[in-house]
Ligand binder design. Structure first.
Ligand code: PXP
Length: 397
């Protein structure tokens, strides 16, 4: 590979995701047509300041420095071989400060700095003129957009929750609109799964819906339900492709929080065992919390679905950052513990792309935002618009 990465800072503690960065790096080289060697070194402020002083006579650290290997370039370290394009040095500490200030994930900021460094190595210089600076900025934005999703190990799936189609039907007690037909439209538009929550009070989805959906859904039917005897019997009879266990309170408007797996280990573990016995994989809807995730793995869940509600509803940017960070870490921890990871609740057309870019998550479960938008633009388009947000804007790797 013509790309060499070096980490002079502790990777995990710094929040660096090397797989994500290296996949993005490979993709960037392809996009830019670079075949010669490039080194990318992640370091702390102290090391960066020493390079800045040595080669640019500046005393402080900076975010990124590029050293083209071409003799006509500036500040070439003499040890570079002739087939090298050059070196890019990135300060992780400065990048982390910038990421916090700009409200973006650290690995996205690091990617932007690598893109900036590559553009310099290719001879683009934003200091030459305002016109050139603007052109380079646009090019960098475009490159970032193109590599944003290339760190993923697998394609992210969208599962559409059609409960609220049934909510509208139940408002009049008639047969329209039918969630079964809505589910088919979602699948035709590209959804990889259909989710329905059969609640104890049957306020939206009815038993008839689940029974017909079992026969008509061609992708994957995910039955959301409480861990009760009645629901387990229904699941074992209907045999959805998977079950997502959620806490359920009669008076709540929607599912309010994650399952308390640590507190209800015996009861939830028993239900997981029964469903697994019927060869139905189980997902536990949990808050992004290390203890809950650990317990989910211990009682035999196949998936966790991370509750994104607090991230979506965060009233301030700082809180949203904290919640995002919890989801990011929890997703990585769950994957490391051998669990598969889904996420959902409260996701809409604005807050979804950041969650979609998290490599460890394989599926998003989205309902209210898509069904609401469908009222204006139609269900087919509402699903396609969400897919366009969560999928990479290019084909292949
Ligand atoms: N995931 C779970 C476990 C849920 O309970 C719900 C709501 O039914 C969703 C995802 C979808 O949430 P929203 O309708 O806010 O997209």
């Amino acid at each position: 590979m013509p790309l060499h990465f070096e980490y002079h800072v502790p990777v995990r503690e710094s929040g660096i995701d090397p797989v994500l960065l290296e996949n993005r790096g490979v993709r960037l080289l392809k996009l830019l047509g670079i075949t010669s060697h490039v080194s990318i070194v992640f370091m702390d402020d102290r090391e960066m300041a020493s390079f800045n002083l040595r080669y640019r006579k500046r005393k402080a650290a900076t975010n990124v420095l590029s050293f083209p290997a071409d003799p006509r370039g500036v500040g070439i370290p003499p040890e570079l071989a002739p087939d090298d394009l050059g070196d890019i040095l990135v300060s992780v500490e400065t990048a982390a400060r910038e990421a916090r200030r700009e409200g973006k994930p650290l690995n996205d900021r690091l990617t932007e700095l690598v893109i900036h460094g590559l553009c310099h190595l290719l001879g683009h210089d934003h200091e030459r003129s305002e016109e050139e600076a603007r052109r380079i900025w646009l090019m960098e934005q475009d490159l970032f957009r193109q590599v944003q999703f290339s760190g993923r190990h697998t394609m992210l799936h969208l599962a559409v929750n059609v409960d609220h189609v049934a909510t509208v039907r139940q408002a009049r007690g008639t047969s329209e609109p039918d969630p079964v037909i809505a589910a088919s439209i979602c699948e035709l538009a590209g959804a990889a799964g259909i989710v329905v929550h059969l609640r104890e009070d049957r306020r939206h989805i009815q038993d008839r819906d689940v029974e017909i959906l079992r026969r008509t859904v061609k992708t994957k039917l995910n039955l959301e339900m409480a861990a009760t005897r009645e629901m387990v019997d229904i699941a074992l009879r209907i045999r959805p492709d998977m079950v997502t266990l959620v806490p359920e309170k009669r008076r709540e408007l929607t599912t309010e929080g994650g399952l308390n797996v640590t507190g209800g280990r015996k009861k939830i573990g028993g239900v997981v065992e029964q469903l697994n016995g019927g060869k139905i994989p189980v997902s536990l809807f949990v808050d992004p919390d290390a203890q809950q995730i650990k317990a989910a793995g211990e009682i035999g869940a196949t998936f966790v679905e991370l509750h994104t509600g607090r991230y979506c509803d965060a009233p301030t940017r700082d809180e949203q950052e904290r919640e995002f960070d919890l989801i990011r870490r929890s997703a990585a921890d769950a994957r490391a513990a051998g669990l598969r990871v889904n996420a959902g609740h409260g996701l809409d057309y604005r807050n979804t792309p950041r969650i979609a870019a998290l490599d460890a998550i394989e599926e998003l479960s989205i309902g209210h935002a898509i069904i609401s938008r469908a009222v204006y633009v139609g269900l087919d388009q509402a699903v396609r618009e969400m897919l366009a947000l969560i999928r990479p804007p290019f084909a292949g790797t």
